[in-house]
Design a protein around this ligand. Sequence first.
Ligand code: GDP
Ligand code: GDP
Length: 435
Amino acid sequence: MSNIVAIVGRPNVGKSTLFNRLVQSRQAIVEESSGVTRDRHYGHSDWNGKSFTVIDTGGYVVGSDDIFEEEIRKQVDLAIDEADVIIFVVDGQAGVHVLDEDVALILRKCKKKVLLGVNKTDIPSKFGEAAEFYALGLGEIYPFSAMTGTGTGELLDEVVKYLPNDTTEDYSDLPRFAVVGRPNVGKSSMINAFLGQERNIVTDIAGTTRDSNNTRFNAFGMDFMLVDTAGLRKKSKVYENIEFYSVMRSIRAIEECDVAILIIDATQGFDSQDMNILRLIERNKKGMVLVVNKWDLVEKDSNTHLAFENMIRERTAPFVDYPIIFTSAINRQRTFKVLEMAQKVYENRERKISVRELNDTMLEIINSQPPQIASRGRYLKIKYITQLKSPTPQFIFFCNLPKDVKDNYVRFLENKIRSIWDFHGVPIQLFFREK
Ligand code: GDP
Ligand code: GDP
């Protein structure tokens, strides 16, 4: 599902406050379960049963409070290109600002749905009422307060009206793979390598989302959808190479897929942008195959690939249980292996362990290596384990003191699960609940 809502506006109008409010509850759940740090500029939200990704475009384009018209323009252009709905935030206390007029001018011409949110209505306006913002020519205005939450419900009611319903329904049966990565790592070349074996392309079917274009691959015993990515689109935009753009594309593709094929460039190593995308995959609980491409360009001896693998896994720890494949997309070396692996990871992600098998195996391990004394002299006892029927592997451990389970014991249990059943390439979650 890829519904994207972008928040735009000049600095200090309250974009990030609104953003934080919208993503709060979901984000808290993610943090609790995996301990990952929160990301500043994008996150999930849901309202009235529709889920969507919220992006604070301002957070990306400008680094300081000094904003130039050009920066605002970039921010708004990105939002227009990528979002389904745009929330244009203005400051109701400050009144109409000249930069608001500039933004309105661009937004009035675009075809996307724009909602004008007048923030800070919790304090009396210096310039009269929110009504003056009608002058921006964007239709209805939505007064709200990002700080207190007043009016945000009405704004969201309106936002979700313009989001497509379920964008993935049509393909729900087929595995969905996405090729993601930074610009120039070889995504297009990889996709060409997949599809180049001409007869394999069954058909290009138009997706149910307005601009998605998924390709079905059906050959060699495989049948899956290749989710639209940067590589499948023509490259024309001037901002093709900025990080924001590739992150935005990655978010969309990752959200729509079951398994992400993350490509990195062997000549560049594994850098922080690669890491950001990997964390995004992990946080979204998608399967992952990591591909080190342009391997033909690397001078190597018998140890090189192992050293490379170790370097990557060290950096991505504690998530280390995923396949790494070394390819040359232009020479079509091991490119088919990438697809086979993606298929395998897809199956792993679907894996369900029966209650009986889970308890027989895990309780024995727990009994032979019980957790340390918990707190206040009480022992932690795990009584029963079950796997949820969720789309990604989630296990519930019923116990007497769920809050006292230590991180290292959680990790121990996860490693045991991974050593017994095959969850290679798949983020799994362990939850502890009181029976
Ligand atoms: P951004 O630069 O657009 O992301 O703006 P911020 O979210 O950082 O907010 C700028 C300032 O406005 C901060 O000091 C916020 O506390 C304040 N602010 C944001 N929303 C509200 C609101 O609803 N009411 C009031 N009174 N202040 C707000
Ligand atoms: P994208 O931006 O990730 O889609 O990357 P492209 O597929 O457009 O590739 C970027 C550049 O790297 C192009 O010049 C490709 O020819 C080159 N390239 C891609 N894969 C390989 C590879 O496996 N080996 C080598 N030597 N070059 C590659």
